[in-house]
Design a protein. Sequence first.
Length: 144
Amino acid sequence: MASKGSAQTDSTKNVTKKHLVERIAAETGLPRCTVQRVVQGVLDQLVHSIRDGKRVELRDFGVFEVKERAARTAQNPKTLEPVPVPPKLAVRFKAGRLMKEALAAQSKSATAKASGRQHRDSKQEQPLVEVPGREPVPAGAGRD
């Protein structure tokens, strides 16, 4: 029976802490347990800093900060009654320069692929429509 390995890691859409640890350990040659402790330590320090209301800035990656959400009135979808929602704190992430550049490059690539695909499709011949007992004619061709 095959276990979850790196082949499955690349095909999934989500990246877990385990995936990050495995990738970093493979790239650095450090023992997996050491990488795991370091990654967990970084995450713990992020949580502690954010919990204390501090702004965490990771140059070129992004900024984590605490924002207060205002009180509001929501609606219970089942009963349609108004429900008061108290103010609460939420973590906000703002992407840094490298993150924005990576997303912009990905966006350009996706746009180019989509426009290229659309361009190729428009150049293709129309499919033929088969009518029993007649010659095939291009789709959309009118009768004369």
